[in-house]
Design a protein around this ligand. Sequence first.
Ligand code: PLP
Length: 468
Amino acid sequence: MTNLDAPGVRLQPVSVTRKMSAALPGLRKLAQDKGLKIHHLGAGYPHPEVTDPRDFLAHQQAYFAYLERQEGVNDPSVVPEYLRESFSYTDTLGPATTRAVFARAYGNDWGVEIDPERLLPTVGATGGINLLCSMFERPGHSVAYITDAPTYAGFLARSMLCQYAHIYSVEMDEEGPVPEVFREQIEKARADGHFVPYYYTVPDGHNPAGFSFSQRRRVQILDIARELGVLIVEDAPYVYISYAQTAERPRPFFAMAPEQTVHLFTGSKIGFPGPRVGFLYSEAELMVADGESVSLSQLAVTEASADILFQNPSALRGFEALMHKRQDADFVERGTFWDLAEGKLVVYREMRKIMLDGLQTGLGGYPEDFAWTVPGAGFFTVFTFKKGGVHTDDDFITRMVSEYGVVVIPMYDFYPKDARRRDPNVGYDQLRLSFCFSESTGEQRRKDLAEAVAAFCEAVKIETGIAG
Ligand SMILES: Cc1ncc(COP(=O)(O)O)c(C=O)c1O
């Protein structure tokens, strides 16, 4: 063993989702030995039916051939510009064309004039979270992040790596974070001597809370954030996986106040997760040491250039292909992401309906016992046991797989430590059910999810003593 005696290095507990995927093969075998079918209500992955890379690869190849024709170079010894660029070192900002095309489409969708020079590619939203933590981690200075209770496991995992970082979490009601608690937690963190750079949240299709914040609540939270001088970090993987009518869709924070927000876009749900494409966008200006004012996007570029330094230009140019559509032999910019989203929504809309209808059919007769969220966006609904008596800990989750073949995710681990201190039982009456994933496609996919929800309802009835 090497004794580094490394100051401040601490081992983080393994997240429940990771533990779950590690335990799954063993549990699956146990269930299958009993002749049980495995029902997936756990994985938060994009559905294979809408992430088949083969069509995309053909589309990308045709787009690149189009770019080559546009260059008009007929000499085969000359490497086309797009190809040379795709496989070279690139700038920390990545290819300018990709950013320009993205800025037009995203800006058009959300009514914001996006400056491509303030758009920073990230390694998915995960890379954006990493950057935003690393920007404010300065040895010797304690920092506090405000976030929801519950919050995204990836944010907890990354932010808690730093020994100077603390989390002050905010309980939510059915509209979003409770404004009074939001204010109190910022003030408390400051009174405790921490620097509070931002509030991290997932306002649309909250993972794991399974709902979207109301427009009214967004305004309230934004007002407080402005008044107290705290940025809002808006992680937005599900803005396009939206089930709301256009007129009823709430506005992302960055569309309401780009100067108060850091927006994290990811290509993982609207495109593919594998290529790891994301963008960070902000118009925030910060006061830094010596009273100097500097743009957050500039600080982020500096941080990124000390971190990943070079983007993956090939992945970004591939994403650029996705933002174009064929028009005869040519390609034109889509100018929006909504048509791409529609291609995904045909599946997710259907899956959400199967989930909600199935829960209603199986458990709708027991409103005193059970409740579940109706997600306006995203992949998840949160299921609550209202009467106590069921403790959704690891043993319960294991039993759900081994006895009923149903894979679900417990909620307790998504609550930050301070929320669990306030209420040691928090989350132990909840489960996260996902309706985005199955191993099958088409009719079989529908059948599998309907069976999974029915099996879940049956299991829940047995576990609570209603049935069996
Ligand atoms: C809230 C949230 N943030 C970030 C991510 C990770 O996104 P990416 O693939 O862009 O890193 C996910 C993925 O499930 C998520 O739900």
